[in-house]
Design a protein around this ligand. Structure first.
Ligand code: HEM
Length: 839
C-alpha cells in the first residue's frame, strides 16, 4: 500500500483513501481473502499452461489439482481460516447494559447479527455471470437477448445533470443527515490491492478486467475521454470478498457465491462517532483523563475544539502544495473527510459526546471514566435513533412509508438487523440525488462568508478549509438555511459528482453514478425487475409496463435504448428514475427496500432506545426532546439561531428561533439519586443490609428464612464457627432485629465500602489536582508551558488540558503564494529572493 504513504495524486487514490479500511483487523481480514484468491488464480494459470482442464467452469474442483492437505495449508497461510470470530457473550453484566463496539452480542442467540466485519445480508440471491463471482457485464455476454450497457453510458444518458431544481420543502441538511447516517450503517471493505494480481500493474494504469481491477470503461464518443487525454477508462477496484465465498469457496468443494463485507456495525449506534471495533474506539477515546471523553484536537478562536488529526497513513488530505498543511481529521468512520459538510457533522457529534460526558461527570462525580463514556455513548446513539426515526425518516418515507414501517412493538430477537447488500450498493445511495453542486457557507447574519460558497469538487478531502476558513458554522448554516436538491427523474446526480468527483489536475476524475452501477454488478445485485417482484409490483415484460412507476416517456425511452429489455435494468438507475410516492422522497420500489431495512434496524436492535428497560421512562421522555437543532445550538462554534426543524426550509429571519427557545434534554434524569444509589456499584454493600431490614416484614416466607424459622417453633439450624450444623434457640426478640452476626457482617461491609470510597476519592482528587499534561508525542509538559507543534500550531498546557491554536492564514493576495520553510502561511514574493536565484 505504498501509494497511501505519500500524498494522494489521483482521484483513484482519493477513492481508495475514502474506501480503504483503517482498522488493522479489517485490513488483515480483507488481505487474507485476497491472498487466497490470488493463490488460486495462480494455480489456475499454471494449470492452464500445462493441463487441459477447463478451469473456467464451475464443474472443476481445486481438490482435483492440489491435494486437500496443500489447499488447507494455503488457506491457513493466507489467514483465510483464522478469521472466524467466536463470541460467547459471557460478560453478561456488560452486555445487559451496553453495546459492544463491534456490534457482537446485541442479539444474544445470534451474537454476530449486525456485527462489524460480517457479510452483508441478501434479500435476493446474488447474480453473477458464472454463477459465483464474475460480475454481470464483465465480458460481452448477452443477457436476456441483449448486451448490458456500459455504466458510464447510463450515467451520461440519463443521470448526470447541470441543472437542478431546489426542494421547496426540505433543506440540504436532509441530504447531509442521510450521508452521516449511512456512515453509521455500512462501509464496504474495498480490495486492499489496487494493482492487478497477475502482474502488479496499477488498476489506474490499465483498463482490463483483471482482479481486483474492474475499470469503468468510457463509451465511444464520451467527451470526457478527449478531456482526459484519451484515457479509456476510470479507476475502479472490486470490493473485497468474504473468505470462503466466490473464488475461494471452490476450495471447500462447494460453490458459494461471492459475498462482500460490511466494515461497520449495522445498528444505529453512533459507530460513526465511536468506531466499529474496540481498537478503533481506543484510538478515538481520551483514555488518559478518566473523564469518559473523546480525544479533541486543536481549539479554534471560538473556544471549541476540532476533531483530532489522524496520524499514520492514510492521513494526507492535502492535495495541493499551496494549500495549508492540515492533515485529515480522525473520527469514528474513516470517511469523515470526504466532503466538508460531512466533516462538520462529525465535529458536531464528537463535541456532543464530550458535552454530555462532562455533564454526567458533574452530576455523578463518583462514576469512573468507563461508566461516563458508556452512558454518554448510549445517550448519543439514542439521540441519533430519535432524530432519524422521528424527524428524518418521516420526510423521506412520507405517510405511506411510515405506515409500512408499522408501530414499534418492542425488540424482536428473530429479526436480523444486518444491512442487506442491495441497500448499501443501490437503494440507500438514493441520497446521491439530493446533493447540491455547491456547499453554501453563511455567517452569523446568514450572508456569504468572505471566502464565498464553494463548489462541491473543492470540498472533497479539504479539512484545511474548516481550520482556515471560519470553522464549522458557515458550512452548517449553509446546510440548514439553504434548500436541498429535489430529485426529478430527469435531474438525478449533479455533474460535480458525475464529472468532477475527487478531481485533480491531470488525472481522470470519477463518476459516482457510473460507480454505483458498476458496484451493483461487482456485488452481484440482481436487476430492478427482480426487486419489483420482491416488492409485490408487477414483473415488467415491456418498457411500457413501467409506466406506473416511471411516468416520463422520455426516461422510459432512454432506458429502452440503453438496456433493450426491462429484465436487464440495473437496480440503481431504475430506483432513481421512479416517480416519487406523494408526500415522500422515494419511488415505490425504493420505498419498499428502505422500509424493509429501517424496520429491521429498529425491531432487531436489543438496545433500541424505546425498547422498555433500555432507558427509564423519565430518561426516555428527555431523550425525545432531542433535535438536530438543539445539537447544532449546543455544539456549533457559535450558532444561536436555527429553525426548530432544521430539515425544513424556513424563511429568514421569522422562521428562525433563538437557541434559547429550542427544547433541551435534561440530563439530571441520569443522576444517581440516593434511593438509586443503593443498587449501584459501591453502594451495594450498604443497600443489601438496608433492603434486608426494611423488607423483612413484607416478605413472603420462602424469601424470608428468619420468619419461616420463627414459625417453626423458634428453632433454627445454623452453622457453628467450625462449620458444623448446631441447633440454637432463638431469643424472644423479633427476628426483624439485626442479630450480632448480622451486625458484624454489616460492619465488615461498611469498612469495605469506606475503603472503596476512599480509593475513589483519592483517584478523583488526583484527577482534579493534576495540572501537568502529556503532549501528543507522549512528552510531559508542565502547567502553563507553551510549545510549537508545527509552523502553524502553538499548544499550551492548562489545568491538565492541552489546548492548541492554529494560526489562520489570510487569503493570499497574489495568484502564486509560496510557502517558506518554517513559516506557516504562504506569502507573496513580489521581488525575486536569493532562493529564486539559487534555484
Ligand atoms: C457529497 C456527498 C456525497 C459524496 C461525495 C458521496 C460519495 C460516495 C462515494 C465515492 C462512494 C463509494 C462508491 C463506490 O466506490 O462504490 C459512496 C458510497 C455510498 N454512499 Fe455516498 N456520497 C455522498 C452522499 C451520500 C448520501 C447523502 C447518501 C445517503 C443518503 C449516501 C449513501 C451512500 C452509500 C449507502 C454508499 C455505500 C457505502 C458502502 O460502502 O457501504 N452518500 N458515496
Amino acid at each position: 500500500m505504498e501509494f497511501l504513504s505519500s500524498k494522494p495524486r489521483t482521484p483513484g487514490e482519493l477513492l481508495a483513501l475514502f474506501r480503504y479500511p483503517r482498522d488493522p483487523y479489517t485490513v488483515e481480514q480483507a488481505r487474507a481473502g485476497e491472498i487466497f484468491e490470488q493463490t488460486l488464480l495462480l494455480i489456475q494459470r499454471h494449470v492452464n499452461e500445462g493441463l487441459t482442464v477447463d478451469t473456467n467452469g464451475t464443474a472443476f474442483r481445486y481438490n482435483d489439482l492440489v491435494s486437500p492437505r496443500f489447499l488447507d495449508m494455503i488457506a491457513n497461510l493466507s489467514g483465510c481460516t483464522a478469521h472466524r470470530r467466536f463470541n460467547n457473550c459471557s460478560d453478561i453484566c456488560f452486555h445487559q447494559k451496553y453495546r459492544s463496539h463491534d456490534g457482537t452480542c446485541n442479539n444474544l442467540q445470534h451474537p454476530m447479527w449486525g456485527a462489524s466485519l460480517t457479510a452483508f445480508e441478501r434479500l435476493l440471491k446474488s447474480v453473477y455471470d458464472n454463477g459465483f463471482n464474475l460480475p454481470r457485464g464483465a465480458n460481452e455476454q448477452y443477457h436476456n437477448g441483449a448486451p448490458l450497457p456500459l455504466p458510464r453510458l447510463v450515467s451520461t444518458t440519463m443521470i448526470g445533470t447541470e441543472t437542478i431544481t431546489p426542494d421547496d420543502r426540505y433543506t440540504h441538511m436532509l441530504m447531509q443527515w442521510g450521508q452521516f447516517l449511512d456512515h453509521d450503517l455500512d462501509a464496504t471493505v474495498a480490495a486492499l490491492s489496487q494493482s492487478r494480481f497477475s502482474d502488479g500493474q496499477l488498476c489506474s494504469a490499465v483498463c482490463t478486467n483483471d482482479p481486483p481491477c474492474f475499470p469503468v470503461m468510457f463509451p465511444p464518443g464520451d467527451p470526457r475521454q478527449a478531456r482526459s487525454g484519451g484515457a479509456r477508462c476510470m479507476f475502479f477496484v472490486r470490493s473485497s470478498p468474504v473468505c470462503g465465498s466466490g473464488m475461494t469457496s471452490l476450495l471447500m468443494n462447494s460453490v458459494y457465491p461471492r459475498e462482500q463485507i460490511n466494515q461497520l456495525t449495522s445498528f444505529i449506534d453512533a459507530s460513526n462517532v465511536y468506531g466499529s471495533s474496540d481498537h478503533e474506539s481506543e484510538e478515538i477515546r481520551d483514555l488518559a483523563s478518566q473523564r469518559g471523553l473523546l480525544r479533541q484536537g486543536i481549539v479554534q478562536r471560538s473556544g471549541k475544539p476540532l476533531l483530532p488529526f489522524a496520524t499514520g497513513p492514510p492521513t494526507e488530505c492535502m492535495r495541493d502544495e499551496n494549500e495549508s498543511p492540515i492533515p485529515c481529521f480522525l473520527a469514528g468512520d474513516h470517511r469523515a473527510n470526504e466532503q466538508l459538510g460531512l466533516t462538520a457533522m462529525h465535529t458536531l457529534w464528537f463535541r456532543e459526546h464530550n458535552r454530555i460526558a462532562t455533564e454526567l461527570l458533574r452530576l455523578n462525580p463518583h462514576w469512573d471514566g468507563d461508566t461516563i463514556y458508556h452512558e454518554a455513548r448510549k445517550i448519543v446513539g439514542a439521540q441519533m435513533q430519535h432524530i432519524t426515526y422521528s424527524h428524518w425518516l418521516p420526510k423521506i418515507l412520507g405517510e405511506a412509508g411510515i405506515k409500512l414501517m408499522d408501530e414499534y412493538r418492542g425488540y424482536d430477537p428473530n429479526v436480523n438487523a444486518g444491512i442487506f447488500n442491495a441497500f448499501a450498493t443501490a437503494a440507500f445511495r438514493f441520497g446521491h440525488t439530493l446533493i447540491n453542486p455547491i456547499l453554501y457557507r453563511l455567517d452569523e447574519n446568514f450572508q456569504p462568508i468572505p471566502q464565498g460558497h464553494i463548489s462541491l469538487h473543492k470540498a472533497f478531502f479539504s479539512p484545511f478549509r474548516i481550520v482556515n476558513e471560519g470553522g464549522i458554522d458557515p458550512l452548517l448554516r449553509g446546510l440548514f438555511a439553504v434548500a436541498g436538491k429535489m430529485r426529478v427523474s430527469s435531474q438525478l446526480l449533479n455533474t460535480e459528482l458525475t464529472e468532477r468527483l475527487f478531481s485533480m489536475a491531470h488525472a481522470v476524475a470519477l463518476d459516482l453514478a457510473a460507480m454505483n452501477i458498476q458496484r451493483g454488478r461487482d456485488h452481484g445485485v440482481p436487476s430492478y425487475n427482480d426487486y419489483r417482484v420482491f416488492c409485490n409490483l408487477s414483473s415488467a415484460h415491456t418498457f411500457e409496463d413501467l409506466r406506473n412507476e416511471i411516468r416520463d416517456p422520455h426516461v422510459r425511452e432512454k432506458l429502452q435504448r440503453l438496456y433493450g429489455t426491462p429484465l436487464n435494468i440495473d437496480l440503481f438507475p431504475a430506483l432513481m428514475a421512479e416517480d416519487l410516492v406523494p408526500g415522500s422522497r422515494l419511488g415505490p420500489t425504493l420505498m419498499c427496500l428502505l422500509t424493509t431495512q429501517f424496520k429491521r434496524l429498529r425491531d432487531g436492535d436489543r438496545f433500541w432506545y424505546e425498547n422498555p428497560g433500555v432507558f427509564s421512562p423519565a430518561q426516555l421522555t428527555q431523550l425525545k426532546q432531542t433535535s438536530l437543532a438543539r445539537v447544532l445550538c449546543d455544539n456549533g462554534d457559535n450558532i444561536n439561531r436555527v429553525q426548530p426543524d432544521v430539515f425544513r426550509v424556513a424563511e429568514f429571519p421569522h422562521g428562525y428561533a433563538s437557541c434559547d427557545d429550542i427544547p433541551k434534554m435534561d440530563l439530571r434524569m441520569w443522576q444517581d439519586c440516593c434511593e438509586d444509589c443503593r443498587t449501584k456499584g459501591q453502594f451495594n454493600a450498604l443497600s443489601f443490609h438496608f433492603r434486608g431490614r426494611r423488607s423483612a416484614d413484607h416478605s413472603y416466607a420462602e424469601e424470608n428464612p428468619t420468619n419461616g424459622a420463627k414459625k417453626r417453633e423458634g428453632r433454627s439450624i445454623v452453622e457453628d464457627p467450625r462449620g458444623r450444623p448446631t441447633n440454637v434457640t432463638l431469643t424472644s426478640k423479633p427476628s426483624t432485629e439485626p442479630s450480632l452476626n448480622d451486625f458484624q457482617d454489616f460492619v465488615v461491609d461498611m469498612q469495605k465500602t469506606i475503603t472503596s470510597l476512599r480509593k475513589q476519592i483519592k483517584r478523583l482528587e488526583a484527577r482534579l489536582s493534576r495540572t501537568d499534561c502529556t503532549d501528543e508525542e507522549g512528552r510531559e509538559r508542565s502547567s502553563n508551558e507553551r510549545w510549537k507543534k508545527n509552523a502553524c500550531t502553538t499548544c499550551e498546557c492548562q489545568n491538565a488540558q492541552v489546548t492548541c491554536f492554529v494560526e489562520a492564514c489570510p487569503p493570499a493576495e497574489c495568484p502564486r503564494p509560496v510557502k517558506l520553510k518554517g513559516s506557516c502561511c504562504p506569502v507573496c514574493l513580489t521581488q525575486p529572493t536569493s532562493a529564486d536565484h539559487g534555484a
